[in-house]
Write a protein that binds this ligand. Structure first.
Ligand code: ATP
Length: 561
C-alpha cells in the first residue's frame, strides 16, 4: 500500500488535503490524473445506470430498466435525519486510550490469531487477541484463549465467514502465504510463531470490551487497563444555518446521498411519466465524522457515493434484489476488477438491519485488508422502511397509486392499489471504487523502464492515448500535432490525450505506463515515407505498425466506443 500511495502522490493521483499545513486527518484531494480517473468511474456508472441502465438489459419483469437522475442538497431539513434514524442511531462505539489519548472503534478491536508452533500454542490452537489493524504488536497479550469465546465471535459476526475455523485451519495446513506469519511472545514470555488473520468483530467486540475493559490491552501501548468503555459517537457533521448559530439552527452534512432521493420520491413520481418499478440515481458527496479515518481514502470523512434507490412492488422485491446484486457485481468486473480480488458476500440473517430482508456486499481485497476483503458497495433490500419513516415524520402522503394492480372492476380493469413501494438500494463508494481500481492496476515489473505501472481498463484510464514524435524535428512534430488533434476531437471528452516531444522515447513510454495510458503512438522516420505509426501496448510493451489513418478507429475499437 505504501508503494501505491507514493506513486499516487508522485504522479498526481491523490494528495493529502491541506498538505502544506500538515494535512487534515480523513480528507484527501485528487490531483489531475486522479481527478480524471474518478471522473471516468463516476461517468461509467452514470452511463450504465442512468443513460443506458444495465447496458439495456431487461429486468426480472421483462421490461427495460428505468433509472431517473437526481441531484439533491448536502444540507436538508434536520428532520430528514430524525426520520431516517441517523440522529438517534448513526453511531459508532468509540474507545479512548486514557494514557496515549488515542481513539479507535471498539468494533474494530479484535483479530484472530492462530498459533502454529512454539510454547505459545501449548494450551490449544487458537487464541483471540486484541489488536488494532493489520499486524498486532509483537508483544501480544492474550485476551482470551478459550474456544468458546472464539466460537461465540464467529457465530456473532458472519463477516468472519472467510475465516471460519475450518478455513483458518485450512490456511495453516495449506500453507497459504497471504496471511501474515508473525513471531509472538505472550505475557509470560512464551514464544512462538503464529498466523495472523485480521477480522472485524463487530458488535461482539464492543460487548466484550464493555464487559472486560480491564482485560483488553490497548492497541497503542499494549497495556491493559487504560481503555475507556465504548461510548456512542454520532458520525454526522453538524453545522449551523443562519447568523444566530443557536441550538435551533443545527443542521447536518448528509452522511449518505440516499435520503435526498427518498424525500423527493413523490416529486419525481408526480412530475414524470414514470411507473413503479423504477429507480432514482444520484452521485454526490457524503460526510461522516469517522472515529478512525484510515487506509488512505478507504475510510475518509468526506467522500462521494453513487446510489440507486430502486422502487418496486413488494411481491417483486426479491427478484429485483437478485437482479441488482448480480448486475452490480458484473459491472465492477466490466471495468477491470476481476479475478479473485472481488467477491460478493451475502449477509447472514443475524447481520441484517432490522428493516432489511436481504443484503449483500461487493467486497474487494485491498492490500490493507488482505487476505480479507473490504466493502466497495452494499446492495440492500430495505423493505419500505425509509418511505414509511418519511411519511410518518413529515405527514406527507407518499403512497404510490399503482393502476396496474388490485381487484378487477366491472369494466375488467384493475381498481388500482395504493402502497409504499419497497426499495432495493445499490450503494457504492466512488472513492473506494477509485482506490480499488488503483490497487488492481498497480503492477510491479523490475525489468521494465517503468518498474511500476498502472494497468487501468481503457474505459477508466485517465489518459486514453499518447502521441509522440520520435524526434522533435524533420516534420514529425507536425504529424504528431495533427494526430493529437484528431484523437482529441474524437476522445477528448472521455479522457486526456497526451502529446510530448521531449526526452528519450523510453522515458516518455515509462511516464505513460505509470499514468496507465493504454496506447502510445509514435511518429518516426517511416511515418513520413509510408504513412504508418507504431502503436505500443502498455501491458506487454509490444509494438506494431498500423496505418496513420486507422489510429482513430483503432482507439475507438479498443475503447468500445
Ligand atoms: P463501512 O462498514 O465500511 O463503514 P458502511 O456499511 O457504513 O461502510 P454504507 O453506509 O453502506 O457503508 O455506504 C455505502 C458505501 O459508501 C460503502 O460501500 C462505501 O463504498 C462508501 N463509504 C462509506 N463510508 C465511507 C467512508 N468513510 N469513506 C469512503 N467511503 C465510504
Amino acid at each position: 500500500m505504501d508503494d501505491i500511495m507514493s506513486l499516487c502522490k508522485r504522479r498526481g493521483f491523490i494528495y493529502q488535503a491541506s498538505e502544506i499545513y500538515g494535512g487534515i486527518n480523513g480528507f484527501w484531494d485528487y490531483g489531475p490524473l486522479g481527478t480524471m480517473l474518478k471522473r471516468n468511474l463516476r461517468e461509467a456508472w452514470w452511463q450504465d445506470v442512468v443513460m443506458m441502465p444495465c447496458w439495456g438489459r431487461k429486468g426480472p419483469d421483462g421490461e427495460p430498466v428505468t433509472n431517473l437522475p437526481l441531484d439533491t442538497c448536502i444540507i436538508q431539513n434536520p428532520k430528514v435525519w430524525e426520520a431516517s434514524g441517523h440522529v438517534a442511531g448513526f453511531n459508532d462505539p468509540m474507545v479512548d486510550d486514557k494514557e496515549t489519548k488515542q481513539r479507535f472503534r471498539a468494533d474494530h478491536l479484535f483479530g484472530l490469531f492462530v498459533c502454529i508452533s512454539g510454547d505459545y500454542a501449548k494450551d490449544g490452537l487458537i487464541r483471540l487477541v486484541a489488536f488494532m489493524t493489520k499486524v498486532p504488536p509483537v508483544r501480544t497479550v492474550v485476551a482470551s484463549s478459550s474456544h468458546e469465546a472464539l466460537e461465540l465471535a464467529l457465530a456473532d459476526r458472519k463477516a468472519m465467514k472467510p475465516y471460519k475455523l475450518g478455513a483458518v485451519l485450512d490456511r495453516i495446513t495449506g500453507g497459504d502465504e497471504s496471511s501474515t506469519i508473525i513471531e509472538v511472545e505472550d505475557k509470560d514470555g512464551a514464544k512462538g510463531f503464529g498466523l495472523f488473520v485480521p477480522v472485524y468483530a463487530g458488535k461482539w467486540g464492543t460487548e466484550y470490551l464493555r464487559s472486560n475493559p480491564q482485560l483488553i490491552p490497548s492497541p497503542f501501548s499494549g497495556k491493559s487497563g487504560s481503555l475507556t468503555e465504548p461510548r456512542a459517537f454520532n458520525l454526522m457533521f453538524k453545522t449551523f444555518i443562519g447568523a444566530t448559530a443557536g441550538a435551533d439552527d443545527i443542521a447536518y452534512l448528509r452522511p449518505e446521498t440516499a435520503q435526498g432521493i427518498f424525500v423527493n420520491f413523490k416529486n419525481v413520481v408526480d412530475t414524470n411519466r414514470v411507473k413503479v418499478p423504477f429507480g432514482i440515481a444520484q452521485t454526490g458527496k457524503a460526510f461522516r465524522n469517522e472515529v478512525t479515518p484510515r487506509n488512505f481514502t478507504y475510510r475518509s470523512r468526506e467522500f462521494e457515493q453513487m446510489e440507486i434507490e430502486f422502487f418496486c412492488h413488494e411481491s417483486q422485491a426479491m427478484d429485483w434484489y437478485a437482479f441488482w446484486r448480480d448486475w452490480r457485481m458484473e459491472w465492477w468486473k466490466s471495468i477491470g476488477l476481476g479475478g479473485e480480488n472481488i467477491i460478493l458476500r451475502e449477509h447472514a440473517a443475524d447481520e441484517l438491519a432490522h428493516y432489511s430482508k436481504a443484503t449483500s456486499d461487493i467486497e474487494y481485497r485491498f492490500p490493507f485488508t488482505a487476505p480479507g476483503f473490504g466493502e466497495l458497495e452494499g446492495i440492500a433490500y430495505r423493505g419500505n422502511f425509509d418511505l414509511t419513516q418519511h411519511q410518518k415524520h413529515s405527514g406527507a402522503k407518499l403512497e404510490y397509486n399503482d393502476t396496474t394492480r388490485g381487484e378487477l372492476a366491472a369494466n375488467g380493469q384493475p381498481k388500482g392499489e395504493r402502497y409504499l413501494p419497497h426499495v432495493i438500494e445499490p450503494s457504492a463508494g466512488l472513492d473506494r471504487g477509485v482506490l480499488a481500481l488503483l490497487c488492481e492496476a498497480y503492477t510491479k515489473d523490475a525489468s521494465r523502464a517503468s518498474p511500476e505501472f498502472m494497468k487501468f481498463h481503457p474505459r477508466i484510464a485517465p489518459i486514453k492515448a499518447a502521441v509522440f514524435p520520435l524526434v522533435n524535428k524533420d516534420g514529425m512534430p507536425e504529424v504528431a500535432e495533427k494526430l493529437h488533434a484528431d484523437l482529441m476531437k474524437k476522445f477528448g471528452r472521455t479522457g486526456l490525450i497526451e502529446t510530448d516531444p521531449k526526452q528519450s522515447i523510453g522515458k516518455r513510454y515509462a511516464r505513460m505506463d505509470e499514468a496507465g495510458c493504454p496506447f502510445c503512438f509514435t511518429i518516426d522516420g517511416e511515418t513520413l515515407t509510408n504513412q504508418t505509426v507504431t502503436v505500443r501496448d502498455r501491458d506487454t510493451g509490444g509494438q506494431e505498425r498500423i496505418a496513420l489513418n486507422t489510429v482513430v478507429s483503432f482507439v475507438s475499437e479498443k475503447l468500445g466506443m
